[in-house]
Design a protein around this ligand. Structure first.
Ligand code: MLT
Ligand code: ZN
Length: 472
């Protein structure tokens, strides 16, 4: 056996001794963790470490550091940029916090929850609701995605429009550093001007500089009422006017504004237990939700009546029961191209200034069809905050042929996005997928600063090598 092999087998033996039989899974038992949600990225690992405490995590980090093995921390493995799949550059230990899944405190007076990194988003939402509060982050993978992963990726979702991204919800974090030290930054102070706000470094760091083992997150008042409507747009060119109207009538009522295309409705209704919301078939629909303390239904009906009088919408329905509303949101949750179309297509997580979304779609669709004449541009998402999920598909869902032309399509889309003042990563992070592509988008000094932070906090490139930070 080579030296490297010896070292690796020693490391595995040490990890098994440290974590016990429940704390370690060999590679042949973790196949589902070595491929990402879309089936695009695969990796290899020495095994999966399942620490049960922060001290265990720190000990795992120290052992890996001593043996020169890399560490990739994986939350729910629902990320869409390949950031939680080992890149295979070095022997790697995959780490999950799935056994660290305790909600440690629900503090009603402070409106906070303290949770271990492996708690799911849904579990935090439920604990908050039980205390008559709202934990705002919400997206389709809520039942699987974890708070540690959500912080590491600064996850977005459908509530960003009103409450901001994960970054805005985090008051404090506990982090295991690359040398095994634990930084307890759980001070949950809304005001703390006592130096660098270090927790911000770890939010959106994609596991490259530390492992978030615990967090204190902010809760909001639970809106007493909410109503969701599904409306057919007369034309995409009315999107902006409808958004302005929903935001202003009355101010503060709008809590979600999602664009849905007819091809998405068709696919989801065919594949899942979801009912077509309205008879009218249009090219584009919007799912709009109002939330607030009182009179929300009247507000929403008034706004929709005005939108209809002004010709912005041609038909719509307001959910009149919990089941009705669930149907509308299930339709939205299943729009992810991998779920609704099977094939993964070529996907983009873009942010475009909201008033330029129509322009983007026209330019991008033409450009894509010039490269592949029968390509299907598929767009949906959180347009209220400018975040458009855009995927290029083949009509039959067969990805063959796309792969070859993907670089050309991507270069074209990126250029259009940049020309319109957008970004190529709105909420999915850079991961392995976008870390090269981002280089053209920002001044090089930003990447130099990122590399400086990385080498200061993780000088031996222990955490998530090959992810997020572009090579020099
Ligand atoms: C979603 O909003 O459904 C996901 O973030 C997007 C996607 O699947 O591209
Ligand atoms: Zn999304």
């Amino acid at each position: 056996m080579s030296d490297a092999g010896t070292t690796t087998s020693e490391l595995v033996a040490d990890l098994v001794a440290l974590l016990g039989p429940d704390g370690w899974l060999p590679p042949d038992e973790i196949a589902d963790r070595l491929i990402d949600f879309r089936g695009v990225f695969t990796g290899t690992a020495l095994g999966l470490a399942r620490p049960a405490s922060t001290d265990d995590v720190a000990a795992v980090v120290r052992l890996c550091a001593a043996h020169g093995a890399a560490i990739v921390t994986q939350g729910g493995n629902t990320g869409l940029s390949g950031g939680a799949i080992p890149s295979g550059r070095r022997p790697t230990v995959l780490v999950t916090l799935s056994r660290m899944n305790a909600i440690e405190e629900v503090n009603i007076a402070r409106s906070t929850i303290t949770a271990q990194g492996g708690v799911t988003i849904q579990a935090i939402q439920d604990a908050a609701a039980a205390a008559d509060r709202l934990f705002a982050p919400d997206w389709g993978a809520r039942g699987t995605a974890t708070i540690g992963g959500g912080i590491a990726t600064n996850a977005g979702g459908i509530n960003v429009l009103r409450y901001g991204t994960m970054r805005e919800q985090v008051l404090g974090v506990e982090v295991v550093l690359a040398d095994g030290r634990v930084w307890n930054g759980l001070r949950a102070l809304p005001k703390d001007n006592s130096g660098f706000d270090l927790k911000q470094l770890f939010i959106a760091s994609e596991g490259t500089i530390g492992i978030v083992t615990r967090a204190v997150v902010k809760l909001h008042p639970l809106p007493a009422d909410h109503r969701t409507a599904f409306v057919a747009l007369r034309s995409l060119s009315d999107l902006d006017a409808l958004f302005a109207m929903a935001r202003a009538h009355p101010p503060g009522a709008l809590s979600a504004f999602e664009l849905i295309p007819e091809i998405g409705v068709r696919q989801v209704v065919e594949r899942f237990d979801v009912v077509r919301p309205i008879a009218r078939v249009a090219d584009w629909y919007v799912l709009v939700r109002f939330s607030g303390m009182h009179g929300i239904e009247d507000d929403l009906l008034r706004m929709l009546a005005t939108a209809s009088d002004e010709g912005l919408i041609v038909e719509g329905v307001v959910a009149d029961s919990a089941q009705h509303e669930e149907n509308l949101w299930s339709l939205r949750d299943e729009l992810t191209a991998t779920r609704s179309f099977g094939g993964f297509g070529v996907k983009y997580d873009l942010a475009i200034p909201p008033d330029r979304i129509e322009e983007f779609l026209a330019l991008a669709s033409d450009a894509v069809r010039e490269i592949i004449s029968d390509a299907v541009p598929y767009a949906f998402g959180h347009v209220g905050d400018g975040n458009l999920h855009f995927t290029v598909l083949r009509p039959d869902g067969d990805d063959r042929g796309l792969e070859q032309r993907a670089p050309e399509i991507t270069a074209t889309i990126d250029r259009i996005v940049w020309d319109l003042g957008g970004t190529i990563s709105a909420e999915h992070g850079l991961g392995r997928e976008l870390r090269g592509r981002i280089v053209g988008q920002k001044p090089s000094v930003e990447f130099e600063l990122m590399r400086t932070i990385k080498s200061a906090l993780d000088p031996h490139d222990l955490f998530n090598p090959g992810v997020m930070i572009p090579d020099p």
